[in-house]
Design a protein around this ligand. Sequence first.
Ligand code: GLU
Length: 483
Amino acid sequence: MTNPNVRVRIAPSPTGNLHVGTARTALFNWLFAKKYNGRFILRIEDTDLERSDEKYTRNIFDSLKAIGLDWDEGPDIGGEFGPYKQSERNEIYEKYAKKLLESGHAYYCYCTRDELENEKEQAKQEKRDYIYSGRCRRLSEDEAKNYTEQGRTPVIRFTMPEKQLLFNDLVKGEINFDTSLTGDFVIMKSNNTPTYNFAVVIDDMEMQISHVIRGEDHISNTPRQIFIYEALGAQVPQFAHVGMILAPDRSKLSKRHGATAVSEFIEQGYLPEAFVNFLALLGWSSPDEQEVKPFDEIASLFSLDRVSSTPAVFELDKLNWLNGTYIRNLPIEELSERSKKYLSEFDLSIYSEKQLHAIIDAVRNNLAKLNELPGAVSYFFGEAPDIDDEIRENILKTEQSQKILTEFARLAPDLGYSDVESIHEQLGEFRKQMKPVKPRDVMWAIRAALTGRTQGADISIVISILGKKRVLHRIQNAITAPV
Ligand code: GLU
């Protein structure tokens, strides 16, 4: 399906690192653009100059790229409808504000903060909801002049039409708004910069955005935005409001629930392809209900019909499960390459690439994310493993274990270390030989002596990778040291 008129956008504010919610919205927009061979635009909404920071803009770029979402137009690459940063577009907003003033859809409002507070107070006393009274709607020229002479700097307010608004949301369906509780709202602040509701309309209109796909937290802004389009005689885009992402306790997902920035997840070692798969499932489901879906399949299957209007719950267990699945399925050379940056504390040069692959392959089954690697591989490095007291006391020091290890020490020099299969068979024989000791106890003793743990990678592989010298040394240590 090709429709070059499809132009969608993501418009993050650079007031923090790219949030998973924004990334999910970016992904849905990106997928929608791809589906129609349309364009995906990145616009930076940095009108809040005090809270905006260049470092967050960079984080937004880097995080989107990290999860494979590239854009066709944006602040860094330009495009036909630039600039793509709101702070560089003020003249454009001024031009349209003037147009609305001239056509009578907007007016200067000179009310002071105190005056507005009084209005609010009065509404409270009269037990009615507050909306701005509109007292500056019809100021005479003299009144306006008077206020200016008093040193008041006006804002510009939009004149809300008195009518019901009905629109068809592509996710939520038909939405009917009672706008009687929406007063005339500010579109240009007294410092001559636009408010969100105004800038977003002007930008979407100028950038010829065809579909606005965003979180449902913006649904209450939509009537205001539609009225501005109408006042300007502009085409209203199609809206699609996607259900929010909630924490498991069904509150808004925030820092107190753990990481919320895409870059934090990537640093922790969630594979971008797993993360993007997880993001897609936060509000979209595949027609075949399969959850593990590579990006290209998601791209070919995506449609707004399968996007949910109800909230999605961010389940870390599911992300861990998905990531573990991707870790297990990645070609070992690739996984090994990606793992290296998590292993900087170890001297990897003691192993060949092939051995390193074998180590990573041996531990990957138990990994949820790559930053668990140091803990998972530590016993492959150094002369002796770290053994915690409980394992030393309850496993290594027992009479039974000491007997097992003494027997094993006899076998260990001749295990033939390069052949994992043969090590495996010999261990099988050894377990039989040790009867009536339970096979599990036999393996625990050996594993604890070699790795300091009671579980981990396949022990035959561990033995093969550690090699004869270290195996003998560790067994010997376990026999003599703890007693
Ligand atoms: N800057 C707004 C946000 O990040 C954009 C909202 C919109 O898409 O209209 O929430």
